[in-house]
Design a protein around this ligand. Structure first.
Ligand SMILES: Cc1cc2nc3c(=O)[nH]c(=O)nc-3n(C[C@H](O)[C@H](O)[C@H](O)COP(=O)(O)O)c2cc1C
Length: 334
């Protein structure tokens, strides 16, 4: 991964764009007068910044560039009961303002995850570990949840009922409020850790799904997953992605995500974790203003592996500028 050239370019562009309102380049004075810690379902995170599932592996590849101990939480790639091969290639395509992906939740399965990834993450005691769980059926989700019940980590589970790139399961659970409530209840019954239900934006009314998850016993909600999109390669005269459709992520989806986070945060009383197109501290602060208790950074990790750390520093600088002592003061109560 070439962190340096692309990361530097982004910073240079930001420097050119900087003005007196921009906190991206402001250096925090390091005075510990502001508290970045947040509480998600009784689990304390040192700061509200986490990685978005599927964009950070289990942290191993990124640990060369990012001190994982500084993150609020690492959210892992989706884990299933058995290894999943994922979709045929090509599985990703660049589009204006983001990317399309149809990875199809390729993952090594829970056995390898427990023997390889959990011990790795255990080396970072300051950082919370959130395992993202996927499945084709309720039973498959439950198998993973039950296997994780005996482990010291994870600290929280994120249940992906919103993947648009698998034919069964995933989004099929996330587009019907009755199904959302049923799977939430089933998982909650078996889970030892608090559960975060990850919602799909590919619905008419996000608040219906959020309320259904809350009714089923969810401890928190995360959103948004990707928006279903399509792209053609007009010269090869074929679909850009073998799966034909893919999930759109990156800055293009941010206003949709901010709107959905705002609606959700005003519809439920459990914590909301906001994501979708966050690239810098200013973007993250928008989500916190909209009512998110924490934020996750996804696609931006691909072009700047250390972006999460810059976002933490930027949030601190913003709080110092506004004399906020606690992260919750960023929320706009309107
Ligand atoms: C390549 C890729 C893989 C992803 N894999 C998962 C996954 O395994 N589970 C999941 O819940 N979300 C997955 N997502 C969705 C992200 O976690 C996130 O919800 C979405 O990309 C929006 O955030 P972003 O615009 O910051 O990337 C994936 C996204 C991308 C781009």
């Amino acid at each position: 991964m070439k962190q340096t050239s692309s990361g530097r370019q982004i910073r240079e562009v930001r420097l050119k764009m900087s003005n007196s309102n921009n906190i991206s380049n402001e250096v925090s004075h390091g005075v510990d007068s502001c508290h970045l810690s947040v509480d998600i379902a009784g689990v304390r995170l040192n700061n509200p910044v986490m990685t978005a599932s599927g964009t950070f592996g289990s942290g191993m590849e990124f640990s060369e560039f990012v001190d994982l101990n500084r993150l609020g939480a690492v959210v892992t790639k989706g884990v299933a009961n058995v290894p999943w091969p994922g979709n045929p290639t090509p599985r990703i395509a660049e589009v204006t303002g983001g990317m399309l992906n149809a990875i199809g939740l390729q993952n090594p399965g829970i056995d390898t995850f427990i023997s390889r990834d959990l011990p790795f993450l255990d080396q970072y005691p300051d950082t919370r570990v959130i395992v993202n769980v996927c499945g084709h059926t309720t039973e498959e989700y439950l198998e993973v949840v039950e296997r994780l019940a005996d482990e010291k980590r994870p600290d929280l589970l994120e249940i992906n009922i919103s993947c648009p790139n698998v034919k069964e399961g995933g989004i099929a659970f996330g587009q019907n409020p009755k199904a959302v409530e049923a799977i939430t209840r089933a998982v909650k019954e078996k889970a030892r850790q608090p559960i975060i239900m990850k919602l799909s934006p590919n619905v008419t009314d996000i608040t219906e799904m959020a309320k259904a998850a809350e009714a089923g016993g969810a401890d928190a909600i995360s959103l948004i997953n990707t928006l279903t999109g399509m792209k053609f390669d007009i010269y090869r005269r074929q679909f850009a992605i073998a799966n034909r459709t893919g999930g759109l992520s990156g800055p293009a989806i941010r206003p949709v995500a901010v709107r959905m986070v705002y609606q959700t945060a005003h519809a439920v009383s459990i914590p909301v974790i906001g994501m979708g197109g966050i690239q810098c501290a200013e973007d993250a602060i928008e989500f916190l203003m909209a009512g998110a208790s924490a934020v996750a950074v996804g696609t931006a990790n691909f072009h700047n592996p250390a972006v999460t750390l810059e976002i933490i520093d930027g949030i601190r600088a913003y709080m110092e500028r506004f004399h906020f002592e606690h992260i919750s003061q960023i929320r706009l109560d309107e």
